[in-house]
Write a protein that binds this ligand. Structure first.
Ligand SMILES: Cc1ncc(C[n+]2csc(CCOP(=O)(O)OP(=O)(O)O)c2C)c(N)n1
Ligand code: SF4
Length: 414
């Protein structure tokens, strides 16, 4: 057997080799704006234990590629918390600088509030840090640090590469400044050192499934969106409670077979996005990566950049749908082509330019609605078991989809 000390050394050497090969992610902001560029960024999410072909994980991976170095994630209980933290392993990772997403799972019912608390704590820490910086500048410190701190204050609300470089410069100079500090400035610099990771704002995310967002955690989610703070919510919509075996949620559409809806769901899918849009100050998007990767990227980047609450609803095929799991991206495209799922972005910032904030990214369906239902076992089971009910419910589902698209079209034309 290899002695423990030796095994540890080998492990450290392997880790060093691994980190050495990682790409530089942090200062590569330009890549975030294109599909191709984003795919050269290091994902801070790897080797998850999700089902092969899971529709949820590509969205999480992409979000970490874009913001992983300063991301703080509150994860609702559900599949994303299980593949996100099957302790003692963890698919979230860090880069050469030791930066990566901070992740924690709270309860199923309070995840929006959990993320909201993180947002408030970050705001409090940043306010305290700013205050200490201003105190230090007033008292005086070494010349280089004075310049670097002033630059940081100029870029206080920025999150781009320039802001990250300015923060890096400050961090490098703090220990020198501490050495030459006097009795008054020493405690101030010590506090700045303690809070130095807040020089650039964090990217706060509440992530979870439709069971959380549409049903159990909805009250809290609504409250958090209404509170108008800068928080991003990513709903991985599998249209059922996936992790507990596929129970119907308010995201389950008419006619779909799910647990507690064995003879087809009788009520229509709740339009969570449209409900959030009524606030007027919430960024809202519906996305489906396989249908339109560019719209998906745009929505995630815009949502994160929006200085207020954002809600992204991401269509996510799941084993519970009974579709071919090697083609889940194509399944997403089929969902959009048939009008089963619609793509849009509601960006309140557009109002400042006197533009309509609602952009419908979906075209008129080019395939028949039933083509989607024919492709999935959750719908075909109903045809086999209750053909008459299937006929009635599928007809209704098609009409509901038509009506929904009409509403979105009208909103886009206003
Ligand atoms: C209050 C409460 N009720 C029920 C559960 C059990 N539970 C854990 S995960 C889950 C389903 C999550 O479904 P969803 O939010 O849609 O996420 P998905 O698994 O589909 O990603 C349920 C019911 C729980 N953890 N807490
Ligand atoms: S059950 Fe569905 S959502 Fe959960 S990991 Fe599997 S495919 Fe993904």
């Amino acid at each position: 057997m290899v002695p423990l000390e030796e095994a540890r050394k080998e492990n450290e050497a392997e880790k060093a080799l691994y980190f050495d090969k990682l790409p530089e992610n942090i200062l590569d902001g330009t890549k975030r704006n294109s599909i191709k560029g984003s795919q050269f960024l290091m994902p801070y999410f790897e080797f998850s234990g999700a089902c092969a072909g899971c529709g949820e994980t590509p969205y999480v991976k992409l979000a970490t590629q874009l913001f992983g170095d300063r991301m703080i994630i509150a994860n609702a209980t559900g599949c994303s918390s299980i593949y996100g933290g099957t302790f003692p392993t963890m698919p979230y990772c860090k880069d050469k600088q030791g930066k990566g997403p901070t992740w924690a799972n709270s309860l199923f019912e309070d995840n929006a509030e959990y993320g909201f608390g993180m947002r408030l704590a970050i705001n409090a820490n940043r306010n305290q840090l700013k205050n200490k910086i201003e105190m230090l500048l007033e008292q005086g410190t070494i010349r280089e640090l004075t310049d670097a701190l002033n630059k940081c204050l100029d870029l206080w609300n920025k999150i781009d590469d320039e802001a990250k470089l300015a923060a890096k410069k400050v961090r490098e100079l703090l220990s020198d400044a501490l050495t030459s500090a006097n009795d008054e400035t020493e405690p101030i610099i010590e506090k700045i050192i303690e809070l130095k990771n807040y020089l650039v704002d964090k990217s706060v995310w509440s992530i979870g499934g439709d069971g959380w967002a549409y049903d159990i955690g909805y009250g809290g989610l609504d409250h958090v969106l209404a509170a108008k703070k800068n928080i991003n919510v990513l709903v991985l919509d599998t249209e059922v409670y996936s992790n507990t075996g596929g129970q119907a949620s308010k995201a389950t559409p008419t006619g779909s077979v799910a647990k507690f809806a064995a003879a087809g769901k009788r009520t229509k899918k709740k339009d969570l996005g449209r409900m959030a849009i009524t606030y007027g100050y919430v960024y809202v998007a519906q996305i489906a990566m396989g249908a339109n990767p560019n719209q998906c990227l745009k929505a995630i980047v815009e949502a994160e950049a929006y200085e207020g609450p954002s809600l992204i609803i991401a269509y996510s095929p799941c084993i519970s749908h009974g579709c071919d799991m090697k083609d889940t991206q194509a399944e997403e495209k089929l969902a959009v082509d048939t009008g089963y799922w619609n793509l849009y972005r509601y960006n309140p910032d557009l109002k400042k330019e006197d533009k309509n904030p609602f952009i419908l990214d979906s075209k008129e369906p080019k395939l028949e609605y039933k083509k989607f239902l024919e492709a999935e076992i959750r719908y075909q089971t109903l045809v086999q078991q209750y053909p008459e009910i299937a006929k009635t419910l599928f007809k209704r589902a098609k009409e509901e989809a038509k009506e929904r698209f009409k509403i979105y079209k009208r909103m886009a034309e206003e």
